[in-house]
Every structure is written in structure tokens, then in C-alpha cells.
Design a protein around this ligand. Structure first.
Ligand code: NAG
Ligand code: NAG
Ligand code: NAG
Ligand code: NAG
Ligand code: NAG
Ligand code: NAG
Ligand code: NAG
Ligand code: NAG
Ligand code: NAG
Ligand code: NAG
Length: 873
């Protein structure tokens, strides 16, 4: 951690560089506000949706539906029924009167969790390495189709938080890349795919959720940390816009139906009740039309979170199985007693139903056919209390032919980092020796560890709620052996890293082509694997992997290394050994792992993937790390993002540190040349900030104010611990069980929190994603790429731009395309530069602006190999 002085300087520097119009008073006030215990400015009222952009048809349907609802029915839509209350990992209340069954929220980012006959896809980080829009979409669509066929309403992914600020971050593998542009493209295509398959996507975790340590108080206490509040990620306005919010803007523009607010605080205000994050940035500036749901137990208040912009409480109870809720009956009361305005509840319901209709869901969806809490056919419908035993699993096989897609993604995501003298591809080698536990099975089965909370056998998936059950796992050992048998190759594998004498004896034999498999794992904070509380405690390989590679390469002059990991590892000490003839990063590839790597090693697929993060020479070279120790007494640990936008390659470029393999790097079995950079000015015209006022807030339908009408229905059987919208008493205080009941809103809610008057529109707003002019094409860039080698292949030309300011990164990714080019042929790389791509966030104007600094465009094959360059006119 850096101290508060650094924070002051960094924030001040960023502020000056981006705002020509700053007066000395404004400058000093922005410096003063950037202290260690950062605060978040209130932003109220919560924007009411209006069906802008592509949402108008869904909004019209939702308005019609919500207008028919009673107050209790609306509350039911907003509040989960409690942890393990129904079959899915989270379920909202239903509306039986109108035939709407309970919505099912289910994990998510690599496949349908906690069930059977589902596929396991590559991680987000792995597919990011393909740099292939078509594969981003195809993976999203296939996963969406599997969720849909199980009866899921909201698939709890994809992930852009963590973005990957620190390479140790436990859940980085669930997201895509620390580069916001790549993550933005990947999350948008994934969302389109998922929602085209008829389920609502849920982009998570919003925002600043960059580490597992201290994200939740009960979890931290469980690990023995003595803290009372969750971590605060302190992020300045420029860094928020240019880095962490960037991919979420792409997600919203792609039509995102829901978003999950995160466990952590931002500037010492919990993400699920931070009005600046939810009301200002997300709903107003980005024009988000869908709904915000809390991460599980990330809600900390009732009325306050409602007016700050939360729309759905998950899983509905305050703490798992507490039987009480900040919403449910409390929300019913809060609307009846005027604390939460009715328009806000109506807006929650409208947002939920608009997302529902937008993805094509109807009022007669088939029932949920699986159960998160058991794989048995029969079990309790309400697992929380073990009641209503009945059939809960229909074991529906939803995999289709997705295995072929998963194999293809695994191969197309494998990054060839080193390949000396055409070691690869292999062609009928005489003798293959495969070494390493990471090539083989988990002896307890592919699903042997709950939530994949162990690192036994090959790493096909990392751990936590982002896991799913494997339908099978093709190990590298089994796929490589099958290939060897087909080729008549001699084949031996040793799957124990510590069988040192046997390994030495095998790999020192003449003609050995040795392939060493190693890995490094991480996951979600609720599972501790080998002392890693979600986040990795180091960047070295697990199971003595580095030592294993060194041992083998000392004896074998043809050592090929395959790494499965959730991010970079430190290759210093062995990557440059002349005996290490090839290195590949295969990510976390999912169920077809062995087939995918075999396709690459044998050249059935010519590699073209690019590393979606930097491989630094030391841990320190990244300039960012996890906060592993509370630094603020029992108060919220303070994580100052003082590096600003300088994470991953932007840091290496700024500090002039040579990485081992840079962001965007990856080899092929053929070669390509780059020529003929052209830049065409599209003459897009000037940017006009959005102005004017919104409509006044509206309410839909009427409701009775007689508390008798809200009592628990006599003909409904109460399920223990279940969260309902009903009141237990006509006395508000008694029904709320809240000793502080009766405080007027003005006493505890901020000014304007319940105002329904028209509000000024923000300059940077205007449509889902932000001011639509940010997507105007300013320039079109082309380059000619020629396959100069002897094999057909694919290439990923990348466009970087230098924005030119003294505090801007050297250059940042702003375009890429994966092209298939046959040997001797050329192809044209084309990338549109949008207004947004050329802009910086101006924290004084509170809008995007193109600075007057000269801007240079670069095109090449990685962030450090950019043969073509030209300054923009
Ligand atoms: C956090 O504080 C910084 C510094 O004052 C400010 O620039 C930023 O907008 C704040 N962000 C939020 C979400 O409150
Ligand atoms: C609220 O949802 C619960 C659970 O699905 C259901 O039993 C109840 O009937 C619903 N209440 C209303 C008013 O629709
Ligand atoms: C209402 O919320 C308060 C906390 O604000 C909680 O103590 C109480 O139990 C809740 N009431 C119900 C009925 O869930
Ligand atoms: C690659 O092959 C060439 C020609 O056979 C040889 O001179 C060179 O030493 C080899 N390089 C390595 C690193 O093995
Ligand atoms: C790094 O962490 C892994 C996994 O816990 C462990 O196996 C390894 O020994 C650690 N490395 C070092 C150098 O401490
Ligand atoms: C590497 O070799 C040394 C020396 O033989 C041995 O002590 C060590 O256990 C080996 N390590 C691995 C992981 O194979
Ligand atoms: C490379 O392997 C050979 C055995 O084939 C060994 O003699 C040599 O020492 C190794 N070189 C290195 C740098 O490990
Ligand atoms: C250069 O690119 C332009 C635009 O794509 C194209 O029209 C022209 O033919 C190219 N020239 C060469 C020599 O490839
Ligand atoms: C309970 O009674 C109400 C009012 O008579 C009726 O509308 C509703 O359908 C009944 N619900 C059940 C679950 O029987
Ligand atoms: C209204 O209800 C909410 C939720 O139970 C409670 O927190 C608040 O104190 C109540 N306010 C009044 C004025 O009764």
C-alpha cells in the first residue's frame, strides 16, 4: 500500500491533466476531498427508467403488466424468498394471480452451476485470449441456451469486476482482461449472446470488487480478521470512467438486463447503497434501463438502498436463513408510510419486467427443472428448512453439441508464448513423455472437491460460485495418449510432480519430447485452498511447478511447458533456458481441456491467441497488489487505487519495465507482415452534450393504505424462514420488528431522496451506454496483413492509441480483429476509432472530451510490437 500522500498527489495530478478549466479553488477542493478515508457524494433522486433506446417495446409491455400489479405483488418481484428457499441460488417472489412464476437467478460464468448434464465452458479470461468477437458471442449464446433449458431466468454473469487490477485477484479468471477495451468488447458480445438465447444476463460485480480479502465482514471474521466493515476501494473519478466503468458502459449499451452490485464499499459507501455509483453513474449517465440486484448479503439497509438505486434484494434475507429482510414486509411498510416513494417501487418493478420482456421471456415459462441443493431426483423444495419433499430434478441434458465449441475455444485461446526453431507443431514424434499432475485427473473425480475448491489434477476450472459440475473432463494425458497411439508414438506419462527419480530417468532418455504441465489456481474468497483465501498469495506455480520445470529442462533439451492458470505466473528463472523449446498458456479451458491442447500441439489448429494480461519478471513489476492485511483498525480496510489507470501493461510502459511477455503477445506457426496503414477521417462533427430535463416520475396503479389489506393471507401456508411481502400485524412497528421504526424519511434519508420532480439530464448521458455521440466513428484505420509463412493461419492485428497527455498511458488498446489468412495471401485489418476511443474523462465538465494533445495511432501484433504508426491530423 502506498500512503495517503501518494493518493493526494496522484489524484491531484490526474485532475489537473484532464481539466483545462479548473480554477485554483476547484483544484484545492478536489485535492482536499481525496483523503485516505474517501467519501462518496450523494446523488438523488434515483433515476426512473423511460424505455430509451432499444428498450421501448419491452418498456411498453412492462408498463402494461406493472400497472395491473398490487403493491404486494410489486414487492414480491423485488425481494428474494431467502437463502435456499427455492431451487435456484436465488429466487424472487412470484405473482400467481397473473401466472408469473418465480424468477430463477443462477450462477453462471462457465456453465449452469450446481446441476448435472450441463457443459463447462472456458473461463472468461481464457476466451478473452481468443480476441475473437464471434467466439465471445458463441460462448455467451451457448451458455445462455443451457441456462434457458434448465429454467433459469437470470444468468449471474458475465464478469467485468474484478477487471484484474492485481494479478493475484482470486476471481480475475471469471472476468476477461485488465484491459478495459478488450473486456468491454468481450462482455458486450457475451451479453448479446446470452440474452439472444432468452435469459437475462447479469453483469457483475459492480464495482471496484478487485480482491477477495475483506470483501465481506462475516467471511473476513471467519478467517480471523478483526474488522467491522468491508473493504473500501477508493477510486477517483477519472480512473472510474476510463478504466473500471468502461466495460460496464459497453455492457449497458449491449442491452444488459441486470447488474449485480458488489460486496465492497467504494469511497466508504457500500456498493449496493452508493447513490453515486447506482443513481449517478449507472442509471443516469449510462442510462441503464435494467435492474440492479445485490450480491448475496451485500445489502445493508432497507429504505436507504431503495432510494440509492437498488432494485432487487438477493437472496432476500438480511443474512442467510435469518428469516428477516431489509425489504419484503419492510419495503411494503416503507412505501405505505411514505419513506420510499411509490414511483421508486414502480420503477424497480418496471426495470425487472422490462428486462424480462426484452429478452423474450413470457408469462408461461416452463418450470425450473433442477435444484441447486441436491442432485437427487427427489428432495425438499425448500431446502432451507427441508420441507415439501417432491421431485426437484429432472436431469435434463442441455449440452447440445457445445462440446465442439468448447474444444474450439480452448484451442483458439491457447497462447503460444515461445516456440524455438519450430519445435511445434509436433508431427509423429518418436517418443512423448508427459510430466505433471496438471496433465492428469483429480483422483477424487473431476467434481471431487466442492465448488472445485482444490487444485488436484489438471486445472480445467477454478473455484467458487463461478464453478459448475463437469459432465466429463478430457485430461491432457488421455487426449495426448490417444494422439500418440494413432501416430504410433511411444508414450509415457508421470502424473506425480514429486516422482523425481522416475521423472529424471524418463526425460533423460534419447529422443524424448517432454511436455510438462503446471498450474496456478485461485477462486472466490469463501474457499481457502492451501492458504489462498480466494486471492493468490503469490505468483509462482503450485505443486513446486517451477522447480519441476527446472528439473526436467536440465535433463531434456526438448522441454515444452504448458501452463494452466488464472492469470500470469512469474517465469523468471526458466523461460529463457535453451532447453525449454516451447511455452504455452492454456488458461482455464473447461471440459475439453486435453483435446484443445492436443489440437494446438499437433497443429490441427494454428495458434493465434494473445495473452490478455502481462507476464512480468517479478511480482513487484506490476505495481499493484492485493491488500492482505487490514490497515484501518477495525474500520473498513482502505484500498487506495492510487495507480489510477496504470494497471497491467500501462504500468510496465510507464515504469519502463520490460515484461517477459507483453499484453497482446502470442505466436503462430506461420509469420505475418504488416504494411500500408491508412487513416480515413469520417468528419463526424462536433460533440453536443445532452441538455434538458427528464419527465416527472410516474406511478402505476393504485394501492390501498389500509394495513389490514396487507396481512398474511389466511389461506397461504407459511414456510419457515421464507421472505414474504406481507405484514404480520396492522401495527407498523410490530410488523417491522424494527425498534427504530417511525423515523420520518427526512431524518435518515438524504435531501432529494424521494423527490419526483423532473431532473436535469447529464451531459454524458442520452442512451444506454452514455451519450450516443461517443459511439460516432471519427476515423477508420486499415492496414494490410500478409501471411509470409508456410502455413495457413490466423492473426490478431491490434490498434493502440496514444492520447498524448502527460498523465495518459503510453498507448492503450482501441481496436483488434482476428483474421484468417492463408499462406501467401493478404487481408485488410479494419478498425473504427470512435469518439469515445479518443476521449478522456473531464472531471470538472463531468463529460468526455478530446484533449488538444497530439494523438498517435499504432497497429501491430502486440502492445510492444507496433510497426505501423501515424499521428492523427
Ligand atoms: C471517490 O472519491 C474521489 C476523490 O474525491 C472522487 O473523484 C470520486 O468521484 C469518488 N467516487 C465515488 C463513487 O464516490
Ligand atoms: C409472493 O411470492 C410467494 C412465493 O412465490 C407466493 O407464495 C405469494 O403468493 C406471492 N404473493 C403475491 C401477493 O403474489
Ligand atoms: C426490517 O428491517 C430491520 C432492519 O432494518 C430488521 O431488524 C427487521 O427484522 C426487518 N423486519 C422484517 C419483518 O423482516
Ligand atoms: C535453431 O536452429 C538453427 C539451425 O539449425 C541452429 O543454428 C540454432 O542453434 C537453433 N537455435 C536454438 C535456440 O536451438
Ligand atoms: C505459492 O503458493 C502456492 C499455492 O499455495 C504454494 O504451493 C507455493 O509453495 C507458494 N510459493 C512460494 C514461493 O511460497
Ligand atoms: C527437483 O530435483 C531436486 C533434486 O533432485 C529434488 O530434490 C526435488 O524434489 C525436485 N523437485 C521436483 C518438484 O521435482
Ligand atoms: C540441456 O539438456 C542437456 C541434456 O539434453 C543437458 O546436458 C544440459 O545441461 C541442459 N542445459 C541446460 C541449460 O539446462
Ligand atoms: C492499402 O490499403 C488501402 C485501403 O485498404 C487499399 O485500397 C490499397 O490497395 C492498399 N495498398 C496496398 C499496396 O496494399
Ligand atoms: C386465497 O384467497 C384469495 C382471496 O379469497 C384468493 O384470491 C386466492 O386465490 C387464494 N389463494 C390460494 C393460494 O388459495
Ligand atoms: C416506514 O417503514 C420503514 C420500514 O419498516 C421504517 O424503517 C420506517 O421507520 C417507517 N417510517 C415511518 C415514518 O413509519
Amino acid at each position: 500500500m502506498r500512503g495517503p500522500v501518494d493518493v493526494l498527489l496522484t489524484l491531484a495530478a490526474r485532475t489537473t491533466s484532464h481539466s483545462s478549466t479548473l480554477t485554483p479553488d476547484q483544484l484545492s477542493s478536489s485535492i482536499n476531498s481525496a483523503n485516505l478515508n474517501a467519501t462518496s457524494a450523494p446523488f438523488y433522486p434515483s433515476p426512473w427508467m423511460n424505455g430509451q433506446g432499444e428498450w421501448s417495446a419491452a418498456y411498453a409491455k412492462a408498463k402494461d403488466f406493472v400497472s395491473q400489479l398490487t403493491l404486494l405483488e410489486k414487492v414480491n418481484l423485488t425481494t428474494g424468498v431467502g437463502w435456499e428457499g427455492e431451487q435456484c441460488v436465488g429466487q424472487a417472489g412470484s405473482i400467481p394471480r397473473l401466472g408469473l412464476r418465480s424468477m430463477c437467478m443462477q450462477d453462471a460464468p462457465v456453465g449452469v452451476r450446481s446441476t448435472d448434464y450441463n457443459s463447462v465452458f472456458s473461463s472468461g479470461q481464457t476466451v478473452a485470449a481468443t480476441f475473437d468477437r464471434g467466439l465471445f458471442y458463441a460462448r455467451g449464446h451457448a451458455m445462455g441456451a443451457e441456462h434457458k433449458a434448465k429454467g433459469v431466468t437470470v444468468q449471474l454473469g458475465p464478469v467485468a469486476g474484478p477487471l484484474g487490477r492485481a494479478p493475484e485477484g482470486g476471481r480475475n479468471w471469471e472476468g476477461f482482461s485488465p484491459d478495459p477495451y478488450l473486456t468491454g468488447v468481450a462482455i458486450a458480445e457475451t451479453i448479446k449472446g446470452t440474452q439472444d438465447a432468452g435469459v437475462i444476463a447479469c453483469a457483475k460485480h459492480y464495482i471496484g470488487n478487485e480482491q477477495e480479502h475483506f470483501r465481506q465482514v462475516p467471511e473476513a471474521i471467519g478467517y480471523g480478521y478483526d474488522i467491522d466493515e468491508a473493504l473500501s476501494s477508493n477510486i477517483d473519478d477519472v480512473t472510474m470512467h476510463e478504466l473500471y466503468l468502461w466495460p460496464f458502459a459497453d455492457a449497458v449499451r449491449a442491452g444488459l438486463g441486470s447488474i449485480m452490485c458488489s460486496y465492497n464499499q467504494v469511497n466508504n459507501s457500500y456498493a449496493c447503497q452508493n447513490s453515486k455509483l447506482l443513481n449517478n453513474l449507472l442509471k443516469d449517465e449510462l442510462g441503464f434501463q435494467g435492474f440492479v440486484m445485490s450480491d448475496w448479503q451485500a445489502q445493508h439497509t432497507g429504505a436507504a438502498s431503495a432510494v440509492a438505486g437498488l432494485d432487487m434484494s438477493m437472496p432476500g434475507d438480511t443474512l442467510f436463513n435469518s428469516g428477516i429482510s431489509y425489504w419484503g414486509a419492510n419495503l411494503t411498510l416503507a412505501v405505505l408510510n411514505g419513506t420510499v416513494p411509490e414511483y421508486r417501487l414502480d420503477d424497480m418493478a418496471l426495470r425487472i419486467m422490462s428486462a424480462y420482456f426484452k429478452v423474450g421471456l413470457t408469462l408461461d415459462e416452463p418450470p425450473i427443472n433442477f435444484d441447486s441443493w441436491t442432485l437427487d431426483t427427489y428432495g425438499p423444495l425448500h431446502a432451507s428448512v427441508g420441507s415439501n419433499v417432491q421431485q426437484v430434478n429432472w436431469h435434463v441434458d442441455v449440452r447440445g453439441d457445445h462440446g465442439a465449441l468448447i474444444r474450439n475455444i480452448g484451442a483458439r485461446a491457447t497462447v503460444l508464448l515461445k516456440n524455438v526453431n519450430n519445435t511445434l507443431p509436433l508431427s509423429r514424434p518418436k517418443f512423448v513423455a508427459v510430466i505433471g499432475e496438471d496433465a492428469g485427473p483429480n483422483l477424487q473425480g473431476p467434481n471431487g472437491c466442492a465448488d472445485r475448491g482444490c487444485d488436484d489434477g489438471t486445472l480445467g476450472m477454478a473455484w467458487g460460485s463461478g464453478s459448475a459440475n463437469f459432465p466429463y473432463l478430457v485430461t491432457p494425458d488421455s487426449a495426448l495418449q490417444a494422439q500418440a497411439l494413432a501416430d504410433g508414438t511411444r508414450y509415457e506419462s508421470i502424473l506425480d510432480n514429486y516422482a523425481t527419480p522416475q521423472i529424471k530417468a524418463l526425460v533423460s532418455q534419447t529422443d524424448a519430447t517432454t511436455i510438462v504441465f503446471v498450474n496456478a489456481d485461485s477462486g472466490e474468497g469463501f474457499v481457502n485452498v492451501d492458504g489462498n483465501e480466494g486471492d493468490r498469495q503469490n505468483l509462482t506455480l503450485w505443486h513446486s511447478g517451477d522447480e519441476l520445470v527446472k528439473n526436467v529442462s536440465k535433463l531434456c533439451s526438448n522441454t515444452i511447458v504448458v501452463i494452466h492458470s488464472t492469470g500470469p505466473t512469474i517465469l523468471t528463472g526458466w523461460h529463457d533456458s535453451p532447453n525449454i523449446t516451447a511455452i504455452l498458456w492454456a488458461g482455464v479451458p473447461g471440459q475439453e481441456s486435453g483435446n484443445s491442447i492436443t489440437d494446438i500441439l499437433y497443429g490441427k489448429v494454428n495458434p493465434a491467441a494473445r495473452t490478455p494480461f502481462t507476464w512480468g519478471p517479478t511480482r513487484e513489476s506490476y505495481g499493484t497488489d492485493i491488500l492482505y492485511t487490514p490497515n484501518n483498525g477495525r474500520d473498513a480496510p482502505q484500498d487506495n487505487f492510487s495507480e489510477g489507470v496504470f494497471i497491467d501493461y500501462r504500468n510496465f510502459d510507464r515504469q519502463n519495465i520490460t515484461p517477459i511477455y507483453e499484453f497482446g503477445y502470442g505466436l503462430s506457426y506461420t509469420t505475418f507482415s504488416y504494411s500500408n496503414l491508412t487513416i480515413t477521417n469520417a468528419h463526424a462533427g462536433h460533440y453536443t452534450p445532452t441538455t434538458g430535463m427528464t419527465e416527472q416520475a410516474s406511478t402505476f396503479g393504485n394501492h390501498s393504505t389500509n394495513l389490514n389489506d396487507y396481512l398474511f393471507p389466511k389461506n397461504l401456508t407459511r414456510i419457515e424462514q421464507y421472505i414474504y411481502p406481507y405484514l404480520s400485524s396492522t401495527d407498523g412497528r410490530a410488523a417491522s420488528h424494527d425498534p427504530s421504526y417511525g423515523q420520518p424519511a427526512s431524518k435518515f434519508l438524504p435531501d432529494n431522496a424521494i423527490s419526483d420532480s423532473p431532473q436535469p439530464k447529464l451531459a454524458a448521458s442520452g442512451a444506454p451506454g452514455g451519450n450516443p455521440q461517443l459511439w460516432d466513428v471519427m476515423y477508420t484505420v486499415t492496414a494490410t496483413i500478409t501471411n509470409t509463412g508456410a502455413r495457413n493461419g490466423e492473426e490478431v492485428p491490434q490498434l493502440y492509441i496514444s492520447l498524448g497527455g502527460p498523465n495518459d498511458p503510453k498507448h492503450i488498446l482501441r481496436g483488434f480483429e482476428r483474421l484468417s489468412i492463408d499462406t501467401g495471401k493478404t487481408a485488410t485489418f479494419t478498425a473504427d476509432l470512435l469518439r469515445r476511443d479518443l476521449s478522456n474523462w473531464d472531471p470538472v465538465k463531468q463529460d468526455w472530451a478530446i484533449t488538444s494533445y497530439p494523438k498517435t495511432v499504432y497497429v501491430g501484433s502486440s502492445s510492444r510490437n507496433l510497426p505501423l504508426a501515424r499521428t492523427l491530423e
